[in-house]
Structure formats: structure tokens, C-alpha cells
Design a protein around this ligand. Structure first.
Ligand SMILES: Cc1ncc(COP(=O)(O)O)c(C=O)c1O
Length: 458
């Protein structure tokens, strides 16, 4: 049954934002100072525009375990964890030891080494859809390369992507990541909206947008574009608008639909990968995509990406029909880090520890939200979770994003940061609980969140 949430007074939210922003500035003058300096030599003062957040980015000095310290010496329990890339936490002793050892033996050969082979074997063992895998350096490369394999295999150019999904910053998929209501078009037939300037105008003609959790829309689009579409790429759980879970049977339905239309299905597991379950989404949902893409947490904090699937598809690379290249692909530092991460650090008990704490945090959030009738809901899966700043439960991009109170979410981020809880900025992301988080981290986080809600309802 739906509850009736309260309406949060926007004047109160504004008052909290003003006060917390002033406090943030008081606590972090050195971040501000170096950001001012950085803006002269780097656009927006950062290396990825995702880091350019108001009032200015926190600059970091070091991190250890589940904690991170900013340039002013403030300590935070880290729930950001490199946008979910550090399920292992920071500076895990096994990784420090392994990477020190590897650095002493050379950091790059651009010739293959045995660790990459052992890593590939572990990927085949862990991830059910993978018979063969290739490594690259980021999630962006993984989805770009997987698309190339899919297009070559099917012999068609068009791809279907979900409105509001993010798959990295290459041209084909940098479409309709956060389209505005003015641009997005009808809900069942969304426009393809480039998210950046500088993408050639005709690229968007090859990317078709459908809403999440709407199998009929996918079926219709594949019928309208019969014989034109190579692949459907999807975040099986949407994790770039907070978290939106698939309806029961949605993933099974789109598998059936793509098979019926002779179209490949690609799961982008860059975020879900090892964080939702040791073997990713296909361990939770009864569905097998043709290809999967991985990155982030498989690398234990080192840059790595991977894509893989059935041998019959990956054979296009073996046969030199599809070029997959990269100086740093399978480099010894990333390969060693990922190998140690997957075989020695992310053991079953470690996954269980992170999942249990994540479940506990979600239960506490839910209790607080329900006690105070906040206009929010909580979503959690594995080590990931978040409060969605919308109510009722979101089912797709439009219900998740267009209903969000952005000021409230900004107040939340500042309030947490000022009390030693670092959350990913913006509402795109969610918490990641690392295997090094402690009960004390969860208790502190819960306490701060309840303080925030009490303030809002005072
Ligand atoms: C689902 C998903 N795919 C791909 C990417 C791109 O990964 P990277 O930032 O490593 O290029 C991201 C990044 O956040 C992502 O969330």
C-alpha cells in the first residue's frame, strides 16, 4: 500500500543548503584553494567532468580501509569508493603487497603475461555468460568494444539503449543519458538526445532509445526497425539514476524479445559486476545475455575494463574481422590487481560481509524514512543501495529523475559530508559498501541520516 509522504518545505531545504554550504566551505579551504588553481590548467579544474560538482570538488590526500581524508585533513567514512570501483576498499594489504611486487618487476610490457591469462580464466569461471574475454582500460572501452563485436556479428549498425542509462562517453551511447523533459519526446517513443556537443549529427540515427521496464516498447521498436538493429545494450539494474530495479520478468522478457528478433543482448555490468553478487546479475536473475561488459570493482582500484561472451561472438576478434587494440590492454599492474582482487580478496565471506552491512544500512534508512513519512524510497541490491529522492518507487528514468527534489538531494550530500560521511555527489550514484567497512561506519552513517531527516521535519 502506498503511504502518504510529507511535503518537505522548500524554504527549510534552502536554509539547510545555505548553512551546510557555509560549513563545508569553512571546513575545506584548501580544497577550494587548489580547485581555484586547478581551473587555470584544467577545464573546470578536474580530469572528468563528473568530478566538477558544487560548491567545488573535495580534493583528496589519502585513503585507507573504508576511510578517506581530504586535503584539509578531514576524515570521512567513504561510501563513494570511486563511483563504486572499490568493493575491496582502499589500500587492501593483499593488493598493496601485490602491486608493490609487480611495480618492482615493471609496470608495462605491452606483451602478454601469465597473470592476464589466469585473470581471464577467473572471469570465465565467475561470470556465466563469458566463454572468452578481452581486457581494456575502462567501462567506456568495454561497451564500445562489445558494440563493435555485436555489430560485426549481426551485420547491422543500429543499437537500442535505455533512456537514462549511462554506458561511458563514446559517441554511440552518449545519448539520452539525462534528457530534459523538453527534449525527451513521448514516453513510449523517446527521442535520441545527444548528451554532448561534438558528436557528429548522424551518429544519433544509429541509437534508438526505449524506456526501462517496458518490454512492449522494445518489441515495437524492434518490429519497426526489423533487420536494422544489431544489439540491445542495457544496465540490467539501472545504476546511474540512483538505483532502479527491473520488474519481475523484465529481463527474461527482453531476452525472449531479442532472441525472437535476431538481435544480440548486451549487459553492461560495469557497476553491477561483482558488487551485486560474486558472479554479477546472472547469478541473481535467470537470464543469459550474449555479451557482458565489466570494469570498476573487478580491478581493485586499478583501471581495467573487460568484455566477453560466447566464443562464437568473440571469434570475430580471433579472426581479425574485428579489431580490438590498446597499448595498456592487459597491462601487468591492472591484471595483477584484478587477479588478486577476484581470487584472493573478494572471497565468499567478504562478499557476505559487504552485503550484510548494505542490507542493514538499507533497513535503517527505510525505518527512518517511514517513521518520518519522507517523500523518498530506498533501493538496495548487494553492496549497493541508496535513498531515492522521489516517491513512489521509480520504474524508469522519467519516474526516477524528473520527480527528484535536486535541492533536497544537495542538502543531503552536504549534510553527510560535513559529518564525516562521503557519498558520491549528485543523485546518479549510490552507496557502495566495501569489504573493509565496519559496523561503526554503518552506525555512524545511520545516525547522520536520522539527524538529517529530523532537521527536515523539525
Ligand atoms: C553502467 C556503466 N557503464 C559504463 C561506464 C563507464 O565506465 P568508465 O567510467 O570506466 O569509462 C560507467 C561509469 O560510471 C557505468 O556506470
Amino acid at each position: 500500500m502506498l503511504r502518504e509522504p510529507i511535503t518537505v518545505d522548500p524554504r527549510l531545504v534552502e536554509e539547510i543548503v545555505m548553512r551546510e554550504e557555509a560549513e563545508f566551505r569553512r571546513r575545506t579551504p584548501r580544497s577550494h584553494e587548489i580547485h581555484e588553481r586547478a581551473k587555470k590548467s584544467m577545464p573546470a579544474g578536474v580530469s572528468s567532468s563528473f568530478q566538477a560538482v558544487p560548491p567545488y570538488p573535495l580534493f583528496i590526500s589519502h585513503a585507507q580501509g573504508s576511510h578517506i581524508w581530504d586535503y584539509d585533513g578531514n576524515e570521512y567514512a567513504d561510501f563513494h569508493l570511486g563511483f563504486g570501483s572499490l568493493l575491496v576498499g582502499h589500500a587492501h594489504p593483499l593488493l598493496v603487497e601485490a602491486l608493490r611486487d609487480q611495480l618492482g618487476k615493471g609496470s608495462l610490457y605491452s606483451l602478454p603475461g601469465p597473470d592476464t591469462v589466469f585473470l581471464a580464466e577467473e572471469m570465465v569461471r565467475r561470470f556465466a555468460p563469458i566463454e572468452q574475454v578481452r581486457f581494456c582500460n575502462s567501462g567506456t572501452e568495454a561497451t564500445m568494444d562489445a558494440l563493435r563485436v555485436a555489430r560485426a556479428h549481426v551485420g547491422r549498425d543500429k543499437v537500442v539503449k535505455i533512456e537514462g542509462s549511462y554506458h561511458g562517453h563514446h559517441d554511440t551511447l552518449l545519448m539520452s543519458t539525462k534528457p530534459s523533459a523538453a527534449d525527451a519526446g513521448p514516453a513510449d517513443h523517446p527521442n535520441t538526445v545527444p548528451a554532448s556537443q561534438g558528436i557528429p549529427g548522424d551518429v544519433k540515427n544509429n541509437t534508438i532509445i526505449v524506456p526501462y521496464n517496458d518490454p512492449q516498447a522494445l518489441d515495437r521498436v524492434l518490429t519497426e526497425h526489423a533487420g536494422e538493429v544489431a544489439a540491445v545494450i542495457i544496465e540490467p539494474v539501472m545504476m546511474n539514476i540512483g538505483i532502479v530495479l527491473p520488474d519481475e520478468n523484465y529481463l527474461v522478457s527482453i531476452r525472449e524479445i531479442t532472441l525472437r528478433h535476431g538481435v544480440l543482448l548486451i549487459f553492461d555490468e560495469v557497476k553491477t559486476g561483482v558488487t551485486v553478487a560474486p558472479g554479477g546479475i546472472t547469478e541473481i536473475y535467470p537470464v543469459q545475455p550474449d555479451l557482458i561488459c565489466l570494469a570498476k570493482s573487478i580491478g581493485g582500484g586499478m583501471p581495467i575494463g573487460a568484455f566477453g561472451g560466447r566464443e562464437e561472438l568473440m571469434r570475430h576478434i580471433t579472426n581479425w574481422e574485428v579489431l580490438h587494440l590498446g597499448t595498456f590492454n592487459g597491462n601487468p599492474m591492472s591484471s595483477r590487481a584484478a587477479l588478486v582482487t577476484l581470487t584472493r580478496v573478494l572471497i565468499p565471506e567478504a562478499h557476505t560481509h559487504a552485503h550484510d552491512l548494505s542490507k542493514q544500512l538499507a533497513a535503517s534508512y527505510t525505518g527512518i524514512i517511514e517513521e518520518f513519512d519522507m517523500p523518498m524510497h530506498v533501493v538496495q541490491i548487494g553492496a549497493k543501495g541508496c535513498a531515492m529522492f522521489s516517491y513512489p518507487r521509480a520504474r524508469d528514468y522519467r519516474t526516477a529523475w524528473w520527480h527528484v527534489d535536486m535541492r533536497l538531494s544537495y542538502a543531503y550530500w552536504l549534510f553527510l559530508a560535513n559529518r564525516g560521511i562521503l557519498f558520491p555527489p549528485g543523485l546518479d550514484d549510490q552507496w557502495t559498501i566495501s569489504i573493509q567497512h565496519t559496523q561503526a561506519d554503518i552506525d555512524h552513517h545511520t545516525h547522520v541520516f536520522s539527524q538529517f531527516v529530523k532537521e527536515l521535519t523539525r
